[in-house]
Design a binder for this molecule. Structure first.
Ligand SMILES: [Zn+2]
Length: 560
């Protein structure tokens, strides 16, 4: 079935709730473990259908944020979300207090109850009203950014459309593009500050209702982190400062030499004088190359990617009114993933495609997991699939970049490494924000600048005033939309680097471990999945030395 043929409807909330109330009742009165297991399984199917409808509503809206019907449907599913979460929470409580808990544990595994216990700690029906407000604020932020209409060179561009100019070979063009971006944010500064301030206060209030000191522990619970806390993350960030920041400085020095600049500014995004490598064709070309690539990589990827093409499960071009960024979503009742992206002719197109294909591939491989909570793992584990896929496909990058392949590989590895300090900065900043919920907008911005000195020393905004005054983070959607979801990318990046190393040493075993990891879905915690994949935990202090060394060697031996 093609995407356009998928069944879609609005659930009838009252009927939906009544049906689940009855199931909860049957569950609690069930006389045997078998009966309870059967009810849980039936409930999974109902939830799968609900999630598929919700995904379709969100996706159609992202595909056209100006479409009236899409706006309405998305609004509907945003609004019912907290109510459905509340009834789901009620079922979860019943499962948690089952008299057959031992049998349920045997059937679904410890991790199921670990997830349940985190959910129960992080939810209370008193939160529903605040959750709805939070959704609304998230939407305000998203629409504000998606609605950007920037006039440049005779065109009206959104922020994604502006980004190729930010990588232009002409320094003046790059600076102009950055200035336009700077000015867009400056123009909307008050609204951006106000939305964020409301979000911080609201999240803090949620934490207080649940009797936490501040939002941080709740943020971790919302991310379903069961095997590490903020103390481990804090130590981990220090490792990045120690091992990665110096190496990134070295790379930046090399870039400066290549470009022949005395000083590098934020808009000097180039790695090469003649420009960053570009894929040698548009969307159709890239999809064709990816088809070849995935058919050669493995049998599993071949079947998977052909399905994505045949069933029209990708929307990759950048259009006016389309929401920015890239993501992977899924329709669990149909057992299919979907890739959303905004190609703009830069090398980013290829990394987005391989990245999102990594998510989609995992989602497809773990589609038969018995419990919906096991379909996806926690976010840091999810990003291992996607970021490793970026590296597992290195041997085919020539299909996209031809004579510029070496340049792409250099930029990819250097960019991935440079990302670690930035990711740690975003994380550190968020810890500060939620430790100081009453800070003013100005204080938040100056704190950002303080932290930037640690993680990105030498970052120079030239005279771009909004950015120079500490506003850069306001374009980082995660900070608004999903608090504490960011260090995840760095944790996963450290795991992906290990796959990069292993691919060079023994491709076959690296692929097999990757495949096993994908199949396991979310049936284990992050650190258990890492173990399953035969890689080291990013919290192991030895990892950084090893990874930084290998990358340093690769860069030294690089022909560029
Ligand atoms: Zn991702």
């Amino acid at each position: 079935m093609k995407y356009s043929e998928y069944p879609y409807e609005r659930i009838d909330l009252d009927k939906f709730k009544n049906k689940i109330e009855l199931m909860i009742n049957d569950f609690s009165n069930a006389e045997s473990a078998e009966k309870q297991i059967k009810i849980i399984q039936e409930y999974q199917e109902i939830q799968k259908e609900y999630h598929s409808f919700g995904s379709i509503a969100h996706l159609n809206y992202a595909r056209n944020t100006k479409d009236k019907k899409a706006i309405e449907e998305n609004k509907f599913y945003n609004e019912v979300g907290p109510e459905v979460a509340a009834i789901d929470n009620k079922f979860t409580k019943a499962i948690n207090s089952s008299k057959f808990k031992k049998n349920l544990l045997e059937k679904f595994g410890d991790h199921y109850f670990e997830l349940i216990s985190m959910e129960l700690k992080s939810f209370d029906s008193k939160l529903v009203k605040l959750m709805k407000e939070e959704n609304e604020l998230r939407n305000n932020y998203r629409s504000l950014l998606a609605g950007a209409e920037i006039e440049y060179k005779g065109e009206t561009l959104n922020l994604t459309g502006l980004s190729p100019y930010m990588q232009d070979t002409d320094r003046k063009t790059r600076k102009e593009a950055y200035t336009l971006m700077n000015d867009f944010f400056k123009k909307n500064e008050q609204e951006l500050d106000s939305i964020f301030d409301k979000l911080v206060k609201l999240r803090n209030e949620k934490a207080k209702i649940l009797k936490f000191d501040n939002f941080i522990p709740l943020g971790y619970l919302n991310m379903n982190r069961s095997d590490y806390g903020s103390a481990e993350v804090s130590e981990y960030r220090k490792q990045i400062v120690k091992h990665v920041v110096p190496l990134v400085n070295k790379i930046n020095q090399k870039r400066k030499d290549i470009l022949g600049y005395n000083e590098m500014f934020v808009y000097d995004t180039l790695y090469f004088k003649e420009g960053n490598p570009k894929p040698k064709g548009g969307v159709d070309f890239q999809v064709q190359q990816a088809k070849t690539m995935y058919s050669e990589l493995s049998e599993e990827t071949k079947d998977f990617f052909n399905m994505m093409i045949d069933e029209e499960l990708m929307d990759l071009d950048n259009r006016a009114g389309k929401s920015g960024g890239g993501f992977c979503t899924s329709f669990p009742s149909l057992e299919r993933p979907y890739i959303f992206a905004n190609f703009n002719g830069t090398d980013h197109d290829v990394t987005v495609l391989t990245h999102e294909a990594g998510h989609a591939f995992q989602c497809y491989q773990s589609r038969k997991q018995p419990i919906n909570r096991y379909l996806w793992p926690t976010y840091e584990a999810c990003e291992i699939h996607s970021m490793s896929m970026e590296f597992l496909t290195w041997d085919w990058m020539h299909l996209f970049f031809k004579e510029d392949t070496e340049k792409f590989l250099f930029k990819h590895i250097a960019g991935s490494l440079a990302f670690l300090p930035y990711g740690a900065l975003v994380d550190h900043f968020q810890h500060w924000v939620y430790e100081n919920p009453n800070a003013t907008a100005k204080e938040r911005k100056s704190q950002w600048l303080e932290l930037e000195k640690i993680y990105q020393p030498g970052k120079n905004y030239d005279d771009l005033d909004f950015l120079k005054n500490g506003g850069f983070w306001q374009k980082q959607a995660h900070i608004y939309e999903m608090p504490f979801y960011y260090i995840d990318y760095t944790l996963a990046q450290v795991c992906a680097f290990q796959f990069w190393i292993r691919m060079q040493e023994d491709r076959e075993s690296a692929w097999q471990d990757y495949l096993n990891l994908c199949k396991a879905g979310g049936s284990m915690s992050f650190l258990d999945l890492v173990k399953l994949a035969n890689i080291k935990s990013p919290f192991d202090p030895k990892v950084f030395e090893e990874v930084a060394n290998k990358i340093n060697n690769w860069l030294n031996n690089n022909k560029l």
